[in-house]
Design a protein around this ligand. Structure first.
Ligand code: URA
Length: 421
């Protein structure tokens, strides 16, 4: 057969595959005549490397429903995946509809890759401990590569993923890719140093440009079926249930003890929370921590979350000014909070402010009327409404701040004492 052999740099070299596919489709080379192989170039892990890709005009319009499958099919373990994708493009180029059997095959491969990606994400610790974290895994290199951005959104503080065929380092600012780390030391700091030395290919190396991220596209049914806080958090990275995901840096999921018996529900992450990927770590969060300690509780024993998981703001010069989420955004985010509470089964739910209270109670709430008393919730557990800590920060004078802070601590104490009953 008079064929073409195309060499991809890695199994995650989506931009190489795309550029070659475009060229071969343009030249009308048939799928059966192409042999796709992956072979690492000598400078694959070099700090800097250039590459030359073919260029050709696009001949194909891909429907969005199919296009969204491509990155996930690409990193699947099926040895025929590159050909299947090319064949799909070839069919579309020729103006034909993609046979159902092929669509099903693509969907199945995509589902397998997404499952692997979810599994990897679930291994990522949250950002509470800012020290370097090492994640050892057996995931295929291509799946790991496809999750680099998702993993850094899950944990903006440093980590290293070590797998048989891949080392991926995130130092809090940028990624570096390297081959698998052999002969790992028993000393964790030596492992971290060795992995960092090994992972040398980053933004300056064109072989790693254009890795296609595999996204999970969570819908209400996926959220409702999530078995754990880890899987909820892993899926929420890709949440696009409302428009707030666009401007925000990342989804800020709840954090805490997965067996906690008390949950605190705020409004939405603020500027600091959006940057650090953790709820209640900015000024309101610090005040909340202090009040909680004074009330006899602590953050480590609780689950802390928000009604809305993305920061809503308007830019004003270099600052981002908080905006209240509207009822559509609160409703769009409701499946996350509902499932968090179903998985946690808390004995006590503390609603911090009107947004948290309306989201939990599913109705309009006036905080001043409903605060400071136990409210029976539908699932038989106890609810308590109190003010949002940022309300205390906004009070104009010392006297009212002290008075309201004391009432806030009293409310928190009342919530904590309900745990004992
Ligand atoms: N305000 C909130 O409601 N939640 C946060 O996480 C931070 C500030």
């Amino acid at each position: 057969m008079n064929g073409e052999t195309v060499v991809l740099a890695t199994a995650s070299d989506f931009s190489g595959w795309r550029a070659w596919s475009r060229k071969l489709l343009h030249d009308r080379v048939a799928a059966e005549a192409i042999r796709w192989i992956t072979e690492a170039p000598a400078d694959l892990y070099a700090p800097f490397a250039t590459r030359v890709l073919p260029s050709a005009p696009s001949t194909t319009n891909i429907p969005r429903s199919l296009a969204s499958l491509f990155p996930a099919v690409f990193v699947s373990e099926d040895s025929d995946r590159f050909r299947l994708l090319y064949e799909t493009l070839q069919t579309l180029r020729d103006g034909m509809s993609v046979p159902d059997g092929l669509v099903r095959q693509l969907q199945e491969l995509a589902a397998q890759s997404r499952e692997r990606a979810l599994d990897l994400r679930c291994q990522m610790p949250d950002a509470r401990n800012p020290d370097w974290q090492v994640i050892r895994t057996s995931h295929a290199a291509a799946v790991i590569d496809s999750q680099a951005t998702a993993l850094s959104n899950l944990r903006p503080t440093p980590w290293i993923v070590i797998a048989p065929e891949r080392t991926l380092c995130w130092d809090g600012h940028e990624y570096r890719f390297g081959p698998g780390l052999e002969n790992e030391s028993s000393d964790p700091s030596e492992t971290i140093a060795a992995a960092r030395t090994l992972a040398t290919a980053g933004a300056g190396n064109a072989w790693w440009d254009g890795i296609a991220p595999v996204r999970l596209h969570p819908q209400a049914a996926d959220i409702a079926a999530s078995p754990s806080m880890a899987s909820l958090r892993a899926k929420a990275v890709d949440c696009k249930m409302c428009d707030l995901c666009g401007p925000a840096t990342r989804t800020v999921s709840g954090e805490g003890k997965p067996e906690a018996r008390i949950i605190f529900v705020g409004e939405q992450p603020g500027d600091q929370e959006d940057l650090q990927g953790r709820p209640f770590v900015g000024p309101a969060g610090q005040l909340f921590d202090r009040a909680l300690r004074e009330a006899g509780g602590n953050r480590q024993d609780a689950w802390i979350t928000n009604a809305v998981k993305h920061f809503k703001f308007v830019p004003k010069g270099p600052r981002r000014i908080h905006q209240k989420p509207d009822s559509t955004e609160i409703a769009a985010c409701a499946p996350w909070l509902a499932r968090e509470r179903e998985v946690l089964v808390p004995k006590v739910t503390v609603m911090l402010g009107v947004t948290g209270a309306s989201a939990v109670l599913g109705r309009q709430v006036t905080v001043s009327r409903e605060r400071s008393r136990h409210i029976p919730l539908e699932d038989g557990s106890i609810g308590l409404v109190t003010v949002h800590p940022s309300y205390l920060l906004r009070l104009p004078d010392e006297e009212s701040r002290t008075r309201e802070y004391t009432k806030f601590v009293t409310d928190l104490r009342m919530a904590i004492s309900a745990l004992a009953g």
